[in-house]
Design a protein around this ligand. Sequence first.
Ligand code: CMP
Length: 140
Amino acid sequence: MATERTLSIIKPDATSRNLTGKINAKFEEAGLRIVAQKRIQLSKEQAGEFYKVHAERPFYGELCEFMASGPVVVQVLEGESAITKNREVMGATNPADADEGTIRAEFAESVGENSVHGSDAPETAAEEIAFFFSGLEIVG
Ligand code: CMP
């Protein structure tokens, strides 16, 4: 197993319900270390750029509107197999399919408003981290 970094976003449905601390506790309890974190407001254009891989999907417009509808907390999580571990802690994209105890099972409202995003592979993690953070902002 290798130490990895992954990009996490706490989405507007969660920040609006003041869930940042509870979600961060789930990451830390799983052994993930928050090595960078900031609360920001995305524009629709910035959300569209971040999610451009989904540009052809029917939910793309709704996704960009939602991600720009309120503050998000962007973070870098570090740990052993952090990409996979974070995806386990988040649970399935659709909260109806998420395992008990996962963030999405406990907090997500729908497949669109699903509280958290996490990178899905090492290449996307590197790209997504660089989208939000400079090297100087990440302190392991
Ligand atoms: P995320 O992990 O951030 O990656 C892309 C997002 O698109 C996903 O979480 C969901 O929030 C969103 N998404 C996926 N499928 C749908 C859908 N059918 N309707 C609305 N949003 C969706």
